[in-house]
Design a protein around this ligand. Structure first.
Ligand SMILES: Nc1ncnc2c1ncn2[C@@H]1O[C@H](COP(=O)(O)OP(=O)(O)O)[C@@H](O)[C@H]1O
Ligand SMILES: [Mg+2]
Length: 250
């Protein structure tokens, strides 16, 4: 479904992605793991067409995103549901207006119809009756779930979670992890989870890729992770400061 060939991305003279190759299959949950600053979010933005790589190709369902014009890109972007690192809700809008944002902005659907879809989607993420509240009235974990509702409301083909559990307490983390897992089982959407938290990532993913130094140093089924002999991967799994990965190396 997503096939990435040898992409590089520079910011100034800094090479953030250095020849990344990846294949994500339809219907699976794929994990991209790596240290903070490794370039995970930059990689996501390339996959969604929000950033253009300096070289390489990105195929979504066989079509190369790097060759598309603005209009074609906008269309492809609708196939993605994105759940940002910070829940990124608009503080001055109600939960209904946040979750229904896409419909209010880009369609001619009437308010009662949007309200119904929002209600149904909120139910799907385990939040009922909060349509008229504002984001400041919710806990961090609830905000993440509202962000998930906003990401899935228009039935995307691919859902991308960028650090879905960062910055919330352990009980809320558990709820969000169960929710992502449950949605994947119920909706069967291809899911891409990006996190620095290996424990969370492995609970959700079928396959994974480990990004270090702008390159994928491990890619495969999670069951093969513990048979790897790569000392860098082993160090990351152990969460140890001792090993070949230097403190400053991302
Ligand atoms: N728009 C930008 N301009 C310049 N540098 C950027 C930009 N976006 C990201 N970077 C740099 O790219 C590197 C990777 O960032 P990011 O993808 O956010 O890491 P993470 O793996 O934590 O998501 C960081 O060093 C960051 O400073
Ligand atoms: Mg990030």
């Amino acid at each position: 479904m997503i096939h990435i060939e040898n992409i590089t991305k520079f910011f100034g003279s800094k090479k953030v992605l250095d020849g990344v190759n990846l294949t994500i299959n339809k219907g699976e949950t794929f994990l991209i793991i790596g240290r903070s600053g490794a370039g995970k979010t930059v990689l996501l933005k390339n996959i969604m067409g929000l950033l253009r790589p300096d070289s390489g190709k990105i195929f979504i369902d066989g079509n190369d995103l790097t060759q598309m014009n603005k209009k074609e890109l906008e269309k492809v972007r609708l196939e993605f549901g994105l759940v940002f690192q910070s829940a990124a809700l608009f503080d001055f809008l109600t939960i209904e207006e946040n979750v229904g944002f896409y419909f209010y902005q880009h369609t001619s659907l009437k308010k009662p119809e949007i309200r119904k879809r929002v209600k149904d989607t909120l139910k799907l993420v385990g939040l009922e009756g909060i349509e008229d509240l504002y984001p400041y009235q919710l806990s961090g974990g609830m905000k993440k779930r509202v962000a998930i509702a906003r990401g899935i409301i228009y039935n995307p083909k691919i859902i991308i979670y960028d650090e879905p559990t960062t910055g919330i307490d352990p009980i809320a983390v558990d709820k969000v992890v169960s929710l992502i897992d449950d949605l994947h089982r119920r909706l069967g959407i291809t899911s891409l989870v990006v996190t620095h938290d290996l424990e969370v990532g492995l609970k959700l993913a079928d396959r994974l890729a480990f990004l270090l130094g702008g390159r994928i140093i491990f890619q495969g089924d999670k069951s093969t992770l513990n048979t790897t002999t790569d000392a860098r991967v082993i160090q990351f799994i152990k969460g140890s400061s001792a090993g070949p990965i230097k403190e400053t190396e991302v």
